[in-house]
Design a protein around this ligand. Structure first.
Ligand SMILES: Nc1ncnc2c1ncn2[C@@H]1O[C@H](COP(=O)(O)OP(=O)(O)OP(=O)(O)O)[C@@H](O)[C@H]1O
Ligand SMILES: [Mg+2]
Length: 367
């Protein structure tokens, strides 16, 4: 069949992006229509109550509870497909950059396996290993001499996930009747949904419940990552302790007032600020370190994750970073109903990972 007819008759496939965070599941369903990715439905479900704890806290659930939660969110969001892209948490994986000597492309896989042994602290047969080649700064030198460049060392990004973790994750997917087309670390989903492929170097901050993750991205490619073991739930717990209120009340105060409570909420503002300052200090150190090492300017910081939705977060971030700061708007990569505009822009930072996974799934389904 000619290209024209095959595309005319191609079934419009719907796909899901699934992000199982430590405190909440996020899902997005999209399909391709007239060459564009169209939003069909999306939803979020907090996991705390499935483990008998408060909303907003990270929780380790047994498999059957995770399956129950996934089934619930699929039902609530009225999804109509099971084909999905699934994002795995960064904390379940080990990401490392290695440098290998120049070898023909066919041999890169073998060389990576040998080199990776030096960096990965467990036997390689216990992990699922993946790698990607970091594109060189310029494929060709100014005089068009490719030889010169390919004789240089090659940087490789290596990702390892423990087989046991992957197996457990797979059984949760199967138990929920989902059909994952691929698994990828949440970093790569978020980058796809947020960073464009422009030449500017950007930093993504993902403030979740349990941790805050930092990614530095150049030309759409991950160049560095860092985990700060402090997330939005730590603000809730600090508030609960300092103000002698229940974690539920602390969570609700955090969400309703944030940093915008005014003079009446001076203590609240102070506690949140102390916690965020710690995160911004670490993030700035990562950013400055990168800038110094590679002599590159990080031109923009994108905010993702539920924690950045805190009122006044972006104002404090703008003061802390000597660079442009913006909320991620991953729904802008999709065609969406106009009447949902404001709601989607506000929820965008939380859905970056799920949207990124869905976008890859759609691209693969339409190949
Ligand atoms: N409007 C809001 N104001 C302040 N905090 C918020 C708001 N909405 C959500 N949060 C916080 O964001 C956190 C959840 O964010 P997110 O869903 O990105 O986390 P997660 O993906 O489950 O966690 P992780 O990525 O660490 O595994 C919770 O701790 C919650 O309290
Ligand atoms: Mg998350």
């Amino acid at each position: 069949m000619s290209g024209f007819f095959s595309s005319l008759f191609k079934k419009e496939v719907s796909v899901l992006g699934v992000d199982i965070g430590s405190s909440a599941i996020k899902i997005v369903q999209i399909k391709k229509k007239r060459g564009k990715a169209v939003l069909e439905t999306y939803g979020e479900l907090t996991l705390g109550p499935y483990g008998g704890i408060e909303v907003g806290r990270s929780v380790a659930l047994p498999q059957e509870k995770q399956i129950e939660a996934i089934k619930d969110i699929l039902r609530e969001a009225k999804t109509t497909t099971l084909q999905c892209g699934a994002s795995l948490p960064l904390t379940s994986s080990l990401i490392t950059f290695i440098t290998i000597p120049p070898v023909p492309e066919k041999q890169i896989g073998d060389v990576v396996m040998i080199e990776a042994r030096k960096y990965i602290p467990v036997p390689l047969d216990e992990v699922f290993l993946d790698y990607s080649i970091i594109p060189r700064e310029e494929a060709f030198s100014a005089d068009g001499n490719e030889e010169k460049k390919t004789s240089e060392n090659q940087e490789i990004l290596v990702v390892a996930i423990h087989n046991q973790y992957l197996n457990e994750y797979q059984s949760i997917m199967t138990g929920s009747a989902l059909e994952p087309v691929f698994y990828e670390i949440e970093i790569f989903s978020a980058i796809r949904a947020v960073a464009d492929h422009g030449i500017a170097t950007v930093m993504l901050i993902d403030m979740g419940a349990r941790a805050t993750k930092l990614y530095i991205v150049e030309r759409g490619v991950l160049r560095a990552s860092h985990i700060i073991n402090k997330g939005s739930q730590d603000i809730t717990l600090a508030l609960s302790k300092a103000l002698s209120i229940s974690p539920e009340s602390a969570e609700s105060l955090k969400r309703t007032k944030g940093l915008k409570g005014g003079p009446e909420y001076r203590e609240l503002t102070e506690i949140i600020t102390v916690n965020l300052d710690y995160i911004f200090y670490e993030a700035n150190a990562t950013l400055l370190n990168y800038q110094k090492k590679y002599e590159k300017n990080v031109g923009r910081v994108f905010l993702t994750g539920g924690g950045v939705l805190l009122k006044g977060f972006i104002d404090l971030a703008k003061i802390s970073f000597q660079t442009d700061v913006a909320y991620a708007d991953p729904f802008s990569k999709l065609e969406t109903p106009a009447f949902l505009g404001e709601e989607l822009a506000a929820a965008g930072p939380e859905f970056a990972v799920a949207i990124g996974a869905a976008l890859r799934c759609l691209a693969e389904a339409n190949q």
